[in-house]
Design a protein around this ligand. Structure first.
Ligand code: ADP
Length: 641
């Protein structure tokens, strides 16, 4: 061939190319997205020129991207009538990966100078080598008379030559690889990329929102015009070729909010995120500041079946200027908002960015921050304006918020604490926020009281709740394991500390009551000591209680770990060393049982010890704790009867 130049890729390009083909992209199919996106960019450039330069002589509707499949030749061709490339540009853009045109443009514009440079390497075109044995790029630049053809079989090098091309633009011919089986026997059927339906679905999936039409000739079938009316045989039909536009061109998130109805948003959600239930709410964001982005966020009405398992994948779809670059970008959502579904589209995100790079991308982090604020605001608004809906949300995802408060050592409590709801001891057990609780606090109430247990019924009937309620104080009922742990992280809310009703120093008695209790305790000292000894270290103290009304006994705890927390911790997998809360057995001096115990003290201490054990087990049962030795317990009852 005359004029033909054989060139080597620069050494670092070769390394990058290798790396890219083998690692950056896990899905080979995205080559199509890359090439279509380049074509669309090239059209953008010429379209932009056409607005100011009469010599372009093209209307917007003339611009298109064409896909052609030749099954026999095993080629897939992507044709655009964009700006095209000169010989120098072909060489510069495709010959040296690091000299990507986009990168140059970005740094000239002082954009993202410090952002990950590698993210902008011109690797898009090279993704073609993931599916093609040879890539041929024919291009004629706008304003040039001569067209050039660039050809390469991968890492070894490339050739550039002159060629004939009538029209301005670029044509990329991929010679699709033969189908192969890899070492593990997995079939890689590259031939799929020659199937028009497969191509159609890839375009729908990844490039639906490209602003120019992506067209392809598709074989269709129709009834022959001269077919007899009752003829339904195959002969009555004929094949014909129709040029089909594959993409819808306008993404819903780019549309104006006032053009869209709730129904449009809901349908899009159901379609896109495969949920048949309506979402509870959506937020449509057009962020004009830096970074610029559009986002469509949804709060589903129910948790997916795997939501609270490790299989659940959080994340938003990420588009770079209308092109899908990631289906599930985790970094856009904090864990505690992992239920949010949706997408983000930004011009400020690089198309070639990979998963690893994303984590370090400043633009993305700032988008994530702003999305977190949007979700928080949306939830706050829902809580205020549509409480029923918010409670529906909370029933599905409240647990996740509570985990969020607890995780990372309480780092996110500021974001989340206002969104929490707990069941209250009030009439009908309404869900209440902490702010609402505090608003209702009577004069003189110092703490936010809570009672923890495995079910509402259980917590409600705890002996300790009686007195707190009698004092006119509301109690928050904690029935999820994480509740008490989350509260520990909060420590206080609006200056009010949390207090478990099972805390040994609940301090609800009046000065007078306290004095009376102290006197009684003094005279009961021997009796209490005898019981403590009989309990053989199971409790750290036995004392008289000022908080019990109708119940004879209860257990409370001292120190950091409450009984409920110990239960949860011990139930966790791998918890072989049992964690013990420091228990206090409290005896009600107003209960007839007390007199009985006092009567035994000093006269029959053995029996007193046994009564003490019985009362301890009784208290355990009330607390929902297991009795270490049920047989001994049962024997004890019979003995005493
Ligand atoms: P990137 O798009 O990330 O810069 P690519 O390897 O995809 O990297 O492309 C390198 C450059 O080649 C682009 O920046 C663009 O200037 C040019 N280019 C690629 N495809 C086309 C095309 N179809 N028409 C015109 N120019 C193109």
């Amino acid at each position: 061939m005359l004029n033909m130049e054989q060139k080597q890729f620069q050494a670092e390009s070769k390394r990058l190319l290798d790396m890219m083909i083998h690692s950056i992209y896990t899905h080979k199919e995205i080559f199509l997205r890359e090439l279509i996106s380049n074509a669309s960019d090239a059209i953008d450039k010429l379209y932009f020129k056409s607005l100011t330069d009469d010599s372009v002589n093209m209307a917007k509707s003339d611009f298109k991207i064409q896909l052609c499949i030749d099954e026999e030749a095993r080629t897939l061709t992507i044709i655009d009538n964009g700006i095209g490339m000169t010989k120098e540009e072909l060489e510069k853009n495709l010959g040296i990966i690091a000299n990507s045109g986009s990168l140059k443009f970005k740094s000239e514009n002082q954009l993202s100078e410090d952002s990950q440079i590698i993210g902008q390497f011109g690797v898009g075109c090279y993704s073609a080598f993931m599916v093609a044995s040879r890539v041929t790029v024919k291009s004629r630049a706008f304003g040039a008379d001569q067209a050039y053809v660039w050809q390469s079989e991968g890492t070894e090098g490339y050739t550039i030559d002159t060629c004939d091309k009538e029209t301005v633009g670029t044509e990329i011919i991929l010679e699709i690889l033969p189908d192969v089986k890899d070492e593990n026997g997995n079939e890689e059927s590259y031939g799929d990329f020659l199937n028009p339906y497969r191509i159609q679905s890839l375009v729908k999936r990844y490039s639906d929102y490209i602003r120019f039409p992506i067209v392809m000739d598709m074989k269709k079938s129709r009834r022959k015009a001269d077919a007899a009316e009752d003829d339904h045989s195959a002969e009555a039909y004929e094949d014909y070729i129709e040029s089909v536009t594959l993409n819808s061109m306008i993404p819903i998130w780019r549309k104006n909010k006032n053009e869209l109805k709730d129904e449009d948003y809901d349908n899009f959600y159901k379609d896109k995120f495969n949920d048949y239930a309506q979402p509870l709410a959506h937020a449509h964001v057009h962020n004009e500041g830096m970074p610029m982005y559009d986002a469509l966020l949804y709060i589903p009405s129910r948790a997916p079946y795997d939501f609270y398992s490790k299989d659940y994948k959080k994340g938003l779809q990420l588009y770079a200027n209308g092109v899908l670059i990631m289906d599930c970008c985790e970094d856009l959502l904090p864990d505690y908002f992992s239920f949010v579904k949706g997408l983000v589209d930004s011009e400020d995100v690089s198309l070639n960015i990979s998963r690893e790079m994303l984590q370090h991308d400043a633009q993305l982090r700032s988008i994530a921050k702003s999305i977190e604020r949007t979700v928080k605001n949306e939830l706050t608004r829902m809580m205020k304006n549509d409480r029923t809906k918010y409670e529906e949300f909370y029933k599905a995802f409240g647990l996740q918020l509570k985990y969020g408060v607890y995780s990372d050592y309480g780092m996110h409590k500021e974001v989340l604490q206002d969104l929490l709801l707990f069941v209250s001891s009030g009439e009908g057990h309404p869900l209440t926020s902490l702010a609402e609780y505090i608003d209702r606090m009577p004069e003189g109430q110092e703490y936010i009281y809570y009672a923890a247990g495995e079910s509402l019924g259980r917590v409600e009937s705890l002996p300790q709740t009686e007195l707190v309620k009698d004092k006119g104080f509301e109690i928050l009922y904690f029935t999820d394991n994480v509740d008490e742990f989350a509260i520990r992280m909060l420590m206080e809310y609006k200056g009010k500390k949390f207090k478990s009703i099972a805390d040994s120093d609940l301090n609800l008695e009046s000065e007078e009551e306290k004095k009376e209790l102290e006197e009684k305790a003094e005279s009961s000292k021997t009796m209490l000591e005898t019981i403590k000894t009989a309990l053989e270290g199971k409790v750290s103290a036995v004392k008289l209680s000022g908080r019990l009304k109708s119940h004879p006994v209860c257990l409370s705890s001292e120190g950091e770990i409450t009984m409920e927390m110990a239960k949860t911790l011990n139930a966790m997998p791998g918890a072989d060393q049992k964690i013990q809360a420091q228990l206090v057995l409290e005896i009600n001096p107003e209960h007839p049982v007390y007199e009985k115990l006092m009567a035994l003290s000093g006269t029959d201490d053995e029996k007193l010890g046994k009564y003490g054990q019985l009362l301890y087990h009784q208290a355990q049962l009330i607390e929902g704790m297991p009795i270490e030795n049920p047989v001994a317990f049962s024997r004890l009852i019979c003995e005493l009867m």
